[in-house]
Design a protein around this ligand. Structure first.
Ligand code: NDP
Length: 501
């Protein structure tokens, strides 16, 4: 794997990397009061590619104040049609700057170029346009009741849907630009203002996005971007008394901290957390579709994906054929730097993440799972690791229970157990985010999907994500839903007004 010679980035991307990266607060680019920086590393080469400000609680305070003032300023006076136009303009900006954003996403996160382009086009741009079209459709109801015993016709109650207020958005590193947009688009459609704290490992696309926000005519203070560490900037935002809602995507462990931090002013909280999603394959499944589907479900984004289908339960009659097929898919991945367009499998995000994943692999072997493929780091610069497949996994093993957040697939067999017994095994983790069922029998498909305790289940595909499909977790995978109408709802509050006449 020789990568460095072949890398090419555009002049615009190079210029941005070399620029002075500041915090975006109240429509201006500012130095952090901490005087400290965070080095940004390309996980595929381990090269330092930029340094950004390490914002602190003072910076968060300024950003929240700006967002609070903007909430009742010019932003509150513009019509919902104008809010929609602004989101469309922002979407146009993303389309015009598509190649720079894609290159930055690849350099910052390590994802393959094809994936960066696909996700920016089909989730970034589409999400903004989807929520833009919601903005003018937000309205309340009239309710024909007679509170306090008033006669019918002598009173009227109507409801209004109002923006929830100042939103703090804390996002992870695994799909940085899309998570920024997933928080911003419904928040702005609803009329909220926002303070965004990107992950320390991947701040670049959020900052570039800040320049596009500036160009798109969003009034000052409506969107503020503070790069910084979770335990300082993130914690200050989660605890801030003048923030009305936190929307968080990240680990279950930090999600629990966010809940404690929100107690001070009982701010509303939406959480998208970890997962350990089951993939249940019946013996009548079409293996030509199932094999690539299973490989993608687990190895997409090198397994650093909350929806990843990391636990396969397959009928014993087709077990060997499925394992062989998925192994051949894993062998066929082109591993390397995402800027080389033929590569479809990149590095993990950091050395820490790779060590964590390798430790799980060691534990899997120590607990008696059978390593069929992979399991090793690739000894080149960059945090690469092989896609890894285990068979003979049992539900008690750590690799079957815990979220690894890396390219490690555990395969278990089932025989003639009932659907309920299979579901019991599939549901035996603390998570409940996603899942899939593979079968040609429509009634088994629906019955099994109903038994899987997850916010999202797919039949003959995995992790079907679309702007209009609600997404979120059961159990310890989260609170609330994002995407779709429900995603918008969480940025709105209802006010009921009653008139007696
Ligand atoms: P973390 O939970 O560590 O971090 C997420 C964000 O929270 C980062 O911006 C982080 O900052 C910040 N943060 C860390 N500590 C605090 C704190 N005490 N108070 C406030 N903010 C804090 O997750 P990762 O970024 O490491 O992402 C991986 C995890 O996220 C996986 O477990 C994965 O399952 C989950 N995830 C879930 C998704 C979903 O939709 N359900 C999607 C993507 C990821 P910093 O970067 O400085 O640490």
């Amino acid at each position: 794997m020789s990568i460095k010679k072949e890398l090419q980035i555009s002049e615009e991307t190079q210029k941005f990397l070399e620029s002075n990266h500041l915090l975006y607060i109240n429509g201006e680019w500012k130095q952090s009061s901490s005087g400290e920086y965070i080095e940004v590393i390309d996980p595929a080469t381990e090269n330092n590619i930029a340094k950004v400000q390490s914002g602190n609680s003072e910076d968060i305070d300024c950003a929240v104040q700006a967002a609070r003032e903007a909430l009742t300023g010019e932003w509150s006076k513009i019509t919902s049609h104008d809010r929609a136009q602004i989101l469309h303009r922002l979407s146009d900006e993303i389309e015009s700057n598509f190649s720079v954003l894609s290159e930055l996403e690849v350099l910052d996160n390590g994802m393959p170029m094809q994936l960066a382009q696909y996700s920016i086009a089909s989730h970034g741009v589409t999400l903004l346009r989807y929520y833009a079209s919601w903005a003018p459709k937000i309205h309340g109801k009239t309710i024909p009741v007679s509170p306090g015993g008033a006669m019918n016709g002598e009173s009227l109650t109507y409801t209004k849907r109002e923006p929830i207020g100042v939103v703090g958005a804390i996002i992870p590193w695994n799909s940085p630009l899309i998570f920024a947009i997933l928080k911003l688009a419904p928040a702005l459609a609803a009329g909220c203002t926002l303070v965004l704290k990107p992950a320390e490992l991947t701040p670049l696309t959020a900052l570039y996005f800040g320049h596009l926000i500036e160009k798109s005519g969003i009034p000052k203070g409506v969107v503020n971007i503070v790069t910084g560490l979770g335990e300082t900037a993130g914690d200050a935002l989660a605890k801030h008394k003048d923030v009305d809602k936190i929307t968080f995507t990240g680990s279950t462990e930090v999600g629990k901290k966010i809940v404690s931090s929100s107690v001070g002013n009982l701010k509303k909280v939406t959480l998208e957390l970890g997962g350990k999603s089951p993939v249940v394959i019946f013996k009548d499944a079409d293996l030509e579709k199932t094999v690539p589907g299973v490989a993608r479900a687990c190895f997409f984004l090198q397994g650093q994906n909350c929806m990843a289908g990391t636990r396969v339960f397959v009928h014993e009659d087709i077990h060997d054929e499925l394992v062989q097929g998925v192994k051949e898919m894993a062998e066929s991945f082109q591993i390397g730097h995402g800027l080389i367009e033929s590569n479809d499998f990149g590095p993990l995000i950091s050395e820490n993440q790779r060590n964590r994943v390798l430790k799980y692999i060691e534990q899997g072997m120590a607990e008696g799972a059978n390593l069929v493929y992979g399991g090793k780091k690739i000894n080149e610069k960059g945090f690469f690791i092989q896609p890894t497949i285990f068979t003979e996994v049992t539900g008690e093993m750590k690799i079957a229970k815990e979220e690894i957040f890396g390219p490690v697939l555990s395969i278990e067999k089932f025989g003639n157990e009932s659907l309920e017994e299979i579901a019991k095994r599939a549901n035996s983790t603390t998570y409940g985010l996603s899942g899939s069922v593979w079968t040609n029998d429509i009634s088994i498909g629906h019955r099994m999907a109903a038994l899987i305790d997850s916010g999202q289940v797919s039949i003959n595909c995995h992790a079907a994500v679309d702007s209009a499909i609600p997404f979120g977790g059961n159990k310890q995978s989260g609170w609330g839903r994002e995407f779709g109408e429900e995603g918008l709802d969480s940025y709105l509050k209802t006010k009921a007004t009653t008139i007696m006449y």
